[in-house]
Design a protein around this ligand. Structure first.
Ligand SMILES: C[S@@+](CC[C@H](N)C(=O)[O-])C[C@H]1O[C@@H](n2cnc3c(N)ncnc32)[C@H](O)[C@@H]1O
Length: 443
């Protein structure tokens, strides 16, 4: 990633942080341009980690919040800015900076005059003194004409829902009764959900520990607790000692559905960073192989298991290439938490919706099918394979199931039942990410 021109002095003193808002705005704009160019937001944040660090804690938090917020509302922000930019065609960095300021004006409590004044300063520093008046005029007009611009944004699906139009069309096709609720859920802030490590404490005990630490927790289904309001992970009591892990409640359903029992041989075929691996091992004493083809991500499985005091055999290989990793001993149960578009978790990763392309769901569905077909050969007769994706597109759910069943007469489908599931889908709401689950039993 190439560096852009951006003046950034040494770490500003905390007291001066508010007067340096332009630094956070400028860096956020730069990060957003990297996402426009095809980088993930996580990747962009990592690439600019030193610059973020230099902002200090307050401005760093502002910068991160702004990046997530702009991406979550990008469709609408751009639709509202468009009529104000008809006579000019701003460069990507300028458009990103205007989106940053527009987000702050429309969605945060930062004083409007501070947002505008600092955005002007950031624009001048990043580009040219002559642009100050332009930025000031656009942002003042945005405030003045807000109601009219909101109405205009509502006229297009992208402006109304802040997702690409193709994405909205697919959700409408696949979830005719729920697509609006799905889109609305993606616009909220994600909950902080914990999984209690049953080997070390109970849900009731941990709720008490949260209270002692001055935090509010609420039990959800199974081992899940939601912390409201969310806090930094470092504030969670006993986190370093492995009492809890951060994991969405929908993701926690995987280990329960696979229902592995003591002594069984289990494969977690796409394991990194190891959230579900760890949950499986917290629930039973297993002979578990955790496989992933990404060595860097596999390192995070090691870290997670160490923190939680759990053990598995780790293998770095392409799961579909059996010759590269399988010793020929069949598994009782297999979890295939397959690579997917992540359309069910776009609230946590709002960059996803802008980075994915219309052909991605079908392409990834093919990959998922190939992985399932290869892994099926390693499953014992009588064994169970759980297919999971955090996607809401049918190409990565029911279509894979149909194609798999057609090619595997020895497979029997069991869609999960219960209040959380609708034909295998877990639809997102305030407390759940979107997922798809299907169980295949081999006879
Ligand atoms: C959805 S993530 C898994 C999340 C993980 N199960 C958890 O709960 O923490 C998918 C993972 O599949 C891995 N992956 C993708 N293609 C693979 C392949 N052909 N073989 C092995 N791992 C693969 C990716 O590196 C990624 O870590």
């Amino acid at each position: 990633m190439t560096e852009r021109r951006l003046f950034l002095p040494e770490q500003p003193a905390a007291a001066a942080a508010a007067s340096c808002l332009d630094l956070a705005q400028a860096l956020a704009a730069e990060l957003l341009v990297l996402v426009d160019e095809g980088h993930s937001l996580d990747g962009a944040l990592l690439a600019r980690a030193d610059r973020l660090e230099a902002l200090g804690p307050h401005l760093r938090a502002v910068c991160r919040d702004v990046c997530f917020g702009v991406l979550r509302h990008r469709g609408r922000l751009r639709a509202m800015l468009r009529p104000l930019l008809q006579k000019s065609a701003p460069q990507p960095l300028m458009l990103a900076l205007l989106s940053v300021a527009a987000y702050q004006l429309l969605h945060t409590r930062t004083a409007a005059h501070a947002v505008v004044d600092h955005a002007v300063r950031a624009a001048v520093t990043m580009t040219h003194p002559a642009v100050g008046g332009f930025v000031n005029a656009v942002l003042r007009n945005l405030q003045r004409r807000r109601a009219e611009l909101e109405t205009g944004a509502d006229a297009t699906p992208e402006g109304r829902h802040s997702h690409p139009e193709w994405w909205i069309r697919r959700l409408r096709r696949d979830h005719p009764r729920h697509w609006k609720a799905i889109l609305a859920a993606a616009q909220g802030h994600p909950p902080l959900t914990l999984r209690v490590n049953r080997r070390r404490c109970t849900v009731a005990d941990y709720l008490e520990r949260l209270q002692q630490a001055g935090l509010q927790g609420r039990a959800l289904e199974g081992d899940a607790i939601v912390v409201e309001p969310p806090c930094a992970v470092e504030r969670l009591p006993g986190f370093a000692e492995g009492l809890v892990s951060v994991q969405d409640a929908s993701a926690q359903l995987a280990a329960t559905l696979l229902a592995a029992r003591d002594g069984e041989r289990v494969l977690d075929a796409c394991a990194a960073p190891g959230g579900k691996t760890a949950h499986l091992l917290e629930l039973a004493d297993l002979d578990l192989t955790a496989l992933d083809h990404d060595p860097r991500r596999l390192g995070r499985v090691t870290d997670n298991l160490r923190r939680l005091g759990l053990q598995a055999e780790l293998r770095c290989a392409n799961a579909a290439d059996l010759a590269a990793w399988w010793d020929g001993r069949p598994f009782d149960r297999i979890l295939l938490d397959a690579p997917c578009t992540g359309s069910g978790i776009t609230r946590r990763h709002p960059d996803i919706r802008w980075l994915r392309q219309p052909g991605d769901p079908a392409r990834l569905g093919q990959t998922q099918l190939q992985l399932a077909a290869a892994l099926w050969k390693t499953l014992k007769p009588g064994g169970t394979l759980l297919f999971a994706t955090c996607s809401l597109f049918s190409e990565e759910g029911p279509s894979v199931v149909q194609a798999f069943l057609a090619a595997h007469p020895d497979a029997r489908l069991r869609l999960p039942e219960g209040p959380s599931f609708q034909e295998g889908w877990v639809l997102p709401d305030a407390l759940h990410d979107g997922f798809f689950y299907a169980l295949f039993e081999r006879h």
